[in-house]
Design a protein around this ligand. Structure first.
Ligand code: NAD
Length: 541
């Protein structure tokens, strides 16, 4: 950018559309859903701007109708991954020199493509293959992805504006270089927006990327690939590969040019990748950046001064939207004894009103969980709870995988605050409740803090300000995103930068300048105008 200091458009959050009966957007998304549901797409790899069909394919089916096939995707072999790496390194030669305003324009255009012409398609893809209701698809695949793209451009310019002091004789400048080498994005099934953000935010900062989406998110990943291509991301800058995650990761991490991992997914996998990077450390040309947002065991604490209807709504929305498959989903709740009868009544009433089925029927609040592995795992926990004397099933407890992977929203009540479902991430529509004595609040906060390895999100509901303050202090390290009088889900880009600590991740806050800083390696340039010509200092006399 040699000829002007350009201002980027001020980032604003994309408004969430209502999809109320009779609305234009509802008709558009249902039309896209029907067309896509009844067609069969093929998703090739995308390397160096070319679509690569490998012939080795895997079918894609909606979790709510697992015998129906909506398409297939192609699986990479080792040579494809090596091609993706070498093509990325080749593309880096031009991309790392591309002026920032050109990179900004590409991703601002991508944002507008998702907000406009691709909105129905990306939402329908997310409804079909990840079983999101239209509201859950809209806040994720459309709005959050648009927000990431818009806000990241603004954060990039904020970063570039951070410059050191200079004097009249010395001009100090910092340039925010992309990492040397290539980066690796590994994304989860549960958020289309995260899948789009992880590779694109690194590319925005001038990096080149090998992106491996989750097998369960390939359908909407294809829409993202189409958007990036139409927005003008040059060949080789973001390369998309599918297939055996172990083979792909082994190949990527074996490259001496590997320079950064941007991961979102489960804690165990992230720790394994970190270990593998550590084992390879002597082979790399540079110390790789490692960013990982991982699992959660997110809590709701209700003080006895909280309002029962607010507590029950936080539980019902926080635990069951998108079948509890959010890293932030409430999955353990601590309720003061005096509140419990009312909270229980309201939760049961709400759950009775839930309808479960395909997202195409927009009266359904609950759809299927992502795949058979997840279904079987959840069924096992529910069966164990049924057989445990310390646990009572307050609501739900049934499951059925004959057509889709349907797990009834389930509320467990336990007398053992360390019961397995109070500690482990289940990643489904199951919440466990522990009722504590009203006057045991302080001990209960300690219990919340030390029950689980995770520290992603958590919420305190109370009207007593002292109780709110006490929880805020006592739970300082128990959550990276802490909510007062709200559910612990639903972070918005630009408003609540998201991430947790402990076993929940490196807390580099997706959707913030902090995250983007991980993908640059600053170079300081000091320029002296009158260069010294004598080594002697005055003190030498
Ligand atoms: P996952 O860990 O199963 O998969 C994540 C990614 O890792 C996928 O692309 C997968 O193919 C890949 N992967 C799996 N095994 C691998 C291996 N051995 N080597 C390399 N890559 C491998 O997670 P998921 O089921 O897709 O997503 C759910 C998890 O993600 C939950 O634990 C959830 O809490 C977490 N999550 C966290 C956040 C956050 O911001 N903290 C956001 C979304 C999801």
């Amino acid at each position: 950018m040699g000829k002007g200091f350009f201002n980027v458009p001020i980032a604003v959050n994309e408004p969430v559309k209502s999809y109320a009966p009779g609305s234009e957007e509802r008709e558009a998304v249902l039309k896209a859903y029907k067309e896509m549901y009844n067609a069969k797409i093929e998703v090739p790899l995308y390397i160096n701007g070319k679509y690569i069909s490998t012939g080795n394919t895997q079918t894609m089916s909606p979790p709510h109708d697992h015998q129906h096939v909506v398409g297939s995707y192609h699986l990479a072999n080792k040579q494809h991954i090596e091609d993706a790496i070498s093509t990325a390194l080749e593309a880096r030669k031009s991309w790392s020199l591309m002026p920032w305003e050109q990179r900004a324009a590409i991703f601002l255009k991508a944002a507008e493509l998702v907000a406009g012409p691709y909105r129905a398609k990306i939402n329908a893809a997310t409804m079909i293959a990840q079983s999101k209701t239209i509201h859950q698809a809209e806040i994720d695949a459309a709005c959050e992805l648009v927000d990431f793209l818009r806000f990241n451009v603004q954060y990039m310019t904020d970063i570039y504006l951070e410059q050191p002091e200079s004097t009249s004789d010395t001009w100090n400048r910092v340039e925010y270089r992309p990492l040397e080498g290539f980066t690796y994005a590994v994304t989860p099934f549960n958020f289309t927006a995260i899948a789009g953000n992880l590779p694109s935010c690194m590319a925005l900062m001038g990096n080149v990327v090998v992106w491996k989406p989750s097998d369960s998110q390939v359908y909407s990943a294809k829409v993202i690939m189409d958007v990036f291509e139409e927005a003008g991301v040059p060949p080789g800058v973001i390369n998309v590969v599918f297939g055996d995650p172990v083979m792909i990761t082994d190949t990527v991490l074996a490259s001496p040019d590997f320079s950064g991992l941007h991961f979102t997914g489960s804690t165990f996998i992230f720790k394994e990748l970190w270990k593998q990077i550590g084992n390879n450390i002597h082979h790399y040309k540079t110390y790789p950046r490692i960013v990982g947002e991982t699992g959660g065991k997110d809590f709701i604490v209700a003080h006895h001064t909280a309002k029962p209807k607010q507590v029950s709504t936080a539980i019902v929305r926080g635990a069951f939207e998108f079948q509890g498959q959010k890293c932030s989903a409430a999955s353990r709740a601590y309720i003061a004894k005096s509140l419990w009868p009312d909270v229980k009544k309201y939760v049961i009433e709400d759950l009775k009103s839930f309808k479960m089925g395909s997202p195409e029927d927009m009266s359904n609040f609950i759809t299927a969980v992502i795949h058979e592995g997840s279904f079987n795992k959840l069924a096992k926990y529910i069966d164990a709870a049924k057989a445990d004397k310390n646990v009572e099933i307050i609501a739900g407890g049934n499951y059925d995988k004959s057509k889709g992977y349907f797990i009834e929203p389930t509320v467990l009540l336990t007398t053992d605050p360390k019961y397995v479902t109070m500690c482990e991430e289940l990643f489904g529509p199951v919440i466990t409740i522990f009722v504590y004595e009203d006057n045991d609040y302080e001990n209960m906060l300690k219990l919340v803090d030390n029950t689980s390895a995770y520290a992603l999100t958590g919420a305190i509901l109370a009207t007593d300000r002292y109780a709110i303050n006490q929880a805020t202090e006592a739970l300082q390290n128990a959550a990276g995103n802490f909510y007062v009088n709200d559910k612990p889900t639903g972070a918005v880009v630009g408003q609540q930068p998201f991430g947790g600590a402990r076993a929940s991740g490196t807390n580099d806050k997706a959707g913030s300048a902090q995250n983007l800083l991980r993908w640059v390696s600053p170079r300081l340039i000091k320029e002296t105008f009158v260069t010294p010509i004598d080594y002697r200092y005055p003190f030498l006399g």
